[in-house]
Design a protein around this ligand. Structure first.
Ligand code: NAD
Length: 358
């Protein structure tokens, strides 16, 4: 098999843990990847006093596929999101987040309506309320009297991501796209987004097109997620709804994601760096691992992806060694009171199952 080079950004917080465990699993599965490690975030600050060194970007841009752990963004102040910056630099304009129930029955015992969820959220990733165009408004002296963040919706970026969603639907045999917006209140930005959505929808008569106001959408997703197929939405709304959708399928510990552009693709889980758990080796690495299998499929390594997924699902179904979040679900569902194991032990168990399947 041809060995392909992939950029590995371990990230910070829990990132280095979940990425290193995924790399270990991939090695056990003989995945033909050579990793090119690039540090951003906390490790880069420690070494270079810069969370996003120019040289790091140069290296990243040499390779089309990037496998990334989460990166912390300081809240309220500090440097701007490295994740948003990376997506912009590489123009990976479509965040594609499949929210599909896992073939693990006990995960949905407590809430059976989440059992057959199979939806994909396509989120615009370069503008909207994450445009970075924001400022404080001050009066004489230095008193801050207001703060403004500009919601940028351009025709070009909206067309690009909406077309992507329709093409994605066609390629993946999906039947319906729902545009999510708040055009009743944000009449200009939401209105333009919706207008473009229906213009493009006309070119795809084979796919049903509809729209929902975001607050209603949140309620519908919790109540009857099976009625939805592909959602396409703007940056902030997509960010929020995809965490919600992660909750439907078992939590952030199992939710994969990807950022796709014309030249580059970044694969990272939905979850963030969960700083409070750093160094404890307890968080669930499944989301990072399933993100890895999305990447393997993107690279044409479907058999490896399938093998790894089988080993993960076998481990979850066996309910012998699970991380704390999964044990909590088992307890809440009244199924078992299992003592959680570390994510290292959980990964060892997956590798043991993988070897049996190979
Ligand atoms: P988070 O996703 O890091 O964590 C929220 C909660 O989800 C955690 O407290 C934990 O209970 C649970 N969780 C997350 N990952 C888990 C896992 N693998 N296993 C089990 N449980 C898990 O979100 P947050 O606390 O809002 O953000 C923390 C930091 O991460 C912030 O700096 C934020 O900006 C950043 N962030 C980065 C990315 C990214 O790198 N793409 C995405 C989201 C948030």
């Amino acid at each position: 098999m041809v060995v392909q080079k992939v950029v590995l950004i371990p990230g910070d917080g829990i990132g280095p843990e979940v990425t290193s465990l995924t790399v270990k699993l991939f090695e056990a599965a003989d995945v033909p990847i050579e990793w090119v490690t690039v540090e951003l975030g906390e490790p880069a600050i420690k070494k270079y006093d810069d969370p996003f060194p120019e040289d790091a970007l140069k290296t990243i841009k040499k390779y089309p596929v990037i496998f990334k752990g989460p990166l912390t963004t300081p809240v309220g102040g500090g440097y701007r999101s490295l994740n948003v910056r990376l997506r912009k630099e590489l123009c990976t304009y479509a965040v594609v987040r499949p929210a599909k129930s896992l073939p693990v029955d006990w995960l949905y015992t407590d809430v059976p309506r989440y059992k057959n969820v199979d939806l994909v959220i396509v989120r615009e990733a370069t503008e909207g309320l994450y445009s970075g165009v924001e400022h404080f408004v001050k009066v004489e002296g230095e008193e801050v009297i207001a703060a403004e963040t500009i919601n940028v919706i351009t025709r070009r970026a909206s067309e690009r991501v909406i077309k992507f969603a329709f093409e994605y639907a066609r390629k993946n045999n999906r039947k319906k796209i729902t545009a999510v917006h708040k055009a009743n209140i944000m009449k200009t930005t939401g209105g333009l987004w919706l207008e473009i959505f229906y213009e493009i929808a006309k070119k795809y008569p084979d796919i049903e097109a509809e729209d929902r106001i975001v607050d209603n959408m949140a309620m519908q997703l919790v109540l009857k997620p099976q009625e939805y197929d592909v959602l396409v939405t703007t940056n902030l709304m997509g960010d929020i709804l995809s965490d919600l959708a992660s909750g439907l399928i078992g939590g952030l510990g199992v939710a994969p994601s990807s950022n796709i552009g014309d030249k580059y693709a970044i694969f990272e889980p939905v979850h963030g760096s969960a700083p409070k758990y750093t160094g404890q080796w307890k968080v669930n690495p499944t989301a990072q691992m399933l993100t890895g299998t999305l990447m393997l499929r993107y690279m044409g390594l479907n058999e490896k992806a399938e093998l790894i997924e089988k080993a993960i699902f076998k481990t979850l179904n066996e309910k012998k060694k699970l991380t704390y979040d999964m044990c909590r679900t088992l307890r809440y569902a009244g199924i078992a009171d299992l003592e959680p194991v570390s994510n290292k032990e959980y990964t060892e168990e997956i590798i043991k199952n993988l070897k049996e399947l190979m």
